[in-house]
Every structure is written in C-alpha cells, then in structure tokens.
Design a protein around this ligand. Sequence first.
Ligand code: ADP
Ligand code: MG
Length: 358
Amino acid sequence: ILDVELRKVFKVFDGETAVRGVDLDIQQGEFFSILGPSGCGKTTTLRLIGGFETPSAGEVMIRGKSMNQVPPYRRPVNTVFQSYALFNHMSIAENIAFGLRIGRQSKAEIEQRVKDALRLVKMESFANRFPSQLSGGQQQRVALARALVNRPAVVLLDEPLGALDLKLRKEMQVELSNLHRDLGLTFVMVTHDQEEALSLSDRIAVMHEGKIEQIGTPSAIYERPRSAFVADFIGETNLLAGRIETTNSTTLQIRTTSGLKITVELDDPWQGNGSSVVVSVRPEKINLSLSPIEDEGNCFEGRLKNIMYLGAHVHYLVELTGGDRLTVLQRNSNDPLPSTETPIYIQWLPEDSIALSH
Ligand code: ADP
Ligand code: MG
C-alpha cells in the first residue's frame, strides 16, 4: 500500500525551480529519507507533502487521494520542523495539546491524548515544565510527541536531529528508529547527513538540484550508485574520468585521462551510452602494500602523500605515477605506519569498482 505518491511534481518560486519533476512512491510503514546537499529542494518536497506549499505542476497523493486541494490541517500527516518550533510561554502539555486539531474533543480526551503522546517519547514526567527547562534532546522528543498527538498516518521530519551535538544525535537516531518500529507509522525524513540516512532508512531518495538522482535501499545506494554525484555524496569515493577502450560483455577496459588502464567487472552487461565514463572506487576497497602486488587487474604504484591515523582505521593519500590522487582506508594493523613519500603499491579487484556514464 502506498502512503505518499508524488507524480511529476514541480515547484517554482519566482522564476527559480526548487523541485523539478519529482516522482516518489512511499510505502506504508516505511522509514523513507530524502537526502541531498543544502539547497537541493528537500524541505520544499517535504512541505509539498505536508501541504505548506502547493505544486506548480504535478500531483501529491496521500493514501491514494489527491491532496492538491487539501489544506495542511486536513491531511493525515504531521510535521516535525527543523527548529522544533515549541512555544516557550506554554508548558510541555500545552505545547502538545496545541498540535491537536481543533475539534470536539473533551478536556479529558485531550489530556489522555497528550499523556499518550508523552508516554511514547518517554517524557510523561515533564508535562508541566516549560521548553526552556529542557535539554535539546528533550525538546526534540516533545516536538515528536506533538507531531504524534493526532495519530497521523505519515510523520514528516525535517532534519529532526540537525540541532543536536554528535553524541546526542547518535542516541536520538536509535530512539527515532525504535519509535518508528514501535508505532509502525510511515516516516519521511529530510536530512543532509548521509550516515543518518544510511543507518535509519528503509529506502533513500538522493536529491540533487531539485531532482531525484536515485532511490534505493541504503546498501543499493552505497554499493551501486548510478551516478558520480551519488557515489561522491554517499560516503567517500575516488572518481577517475576516462574512456572505454574495450567492452567484453561484463568486463570493461578503461583508459583514464591520466593514462591508467583500469578493468571494471559489471554485474550486468554495460548499459551506459558513449565511451566516456567515470570510475568510482571506494577507499576501503583498495589494498595497499610496500611491495609490488601481483594480482588480477588494477595494480598501480605511487607515493604516500599523507597519512592520517584515525584509531581503528588509517587514511592514506596516495599519488600515482600518472598524477592521480587516491584515498585509501585500511584497518589499523598496529604495524608501524610508513612515512610520507614512501613508494607504495595499490590494487583493487575489477568487481570492486563501478563504471558510471558521464
Ligand atoms: P533544502 O531543504 O534541500 O536545503 P530547500 O527546499 O529549502 O532546500 O530550497 C530549495 C531551493 O528553493 C533553494 O534555492 C531555496 O532558496 C529556494 N526556496 C525555498 N523556499 C523558497 C521560498 N519560499 N521562496 C523562494 N525561494 C525558495
Ligand atoms: Mg532544508
């Protein structure tokens, strides 16, 4: 069952197109993230689902019904805004009650709803406090409770953890994930933090300049990016531009602009158009050795330009003979680290690199 559908949705603000032809299908109960750099149109997309913006073209549907003419308060969705937007002069209970739709509820019913919402986020004992008396993480929980008080079908979250420091953010990620699992509601979260999107989502839509570049599971997005933008934005990668010299069903021989001869092994026959390609190799897929490596394909030599000790891992910057600079991530083996300018040999397997149309 689909909870949210966007069909060729556009949003133009005085001549500037923020969202350009977005198509999305979000399943019921899914934790779905919209991930992309600042300014790519994530918030606008979320506001289109919430009804705070109307599409310039296209259609927004929720639970199979067109929402284009439906105002925000009549949609079965609720939003947790980036800044929490709590009212400082109201108690926590009043803040949450404020989220209730104006209706015929009795005072007792309102109290019960507020209590239930606070219990969900483990904040029952804070009902009579004020926002200024709460920590950032607690305010975040209240903002979530306020979004849940109407028992919406879909919860929209705009960078919900963006204002928290790293440690608290990690804790709240776990809580958000547990809450999603316990409630079974559809969560649509906007974030620019790729790690957050990878760790929480069932599926991710990667957005770039108002368009969806790729939609998939976290592992599909990371392991099988379909564009250089996605490969580069999700995690760290090395990108090498070149041309295809020979294609042999699922093996490509590529000559990079710097002259390297690279072999890429594909899962399926090459679908790209033209011979211009970008090769993506993840830093953790590259092996590093002080002596020449004899292996099938993709063995190169160079010099170490930088070594960064990261505790569990070591991050190396290698300059190849042809001038390319690659980053290599190795597990720390506790051997003494080589010094910069040391001659070094690298290698990666043909199936550990990806060729992307350019
Ligand atoms: P993100 O959330 O990914 O950072 P936004 O959706 O907020 O991006 O913005 C996308 C683009 O649309 C930006 O260039 C932004 O300046 C523009 N934009 C967003 N809202 C408005 C608005 N109300 N009026 C004019 N331009 C806007
Ligand atoms: Mg935003």
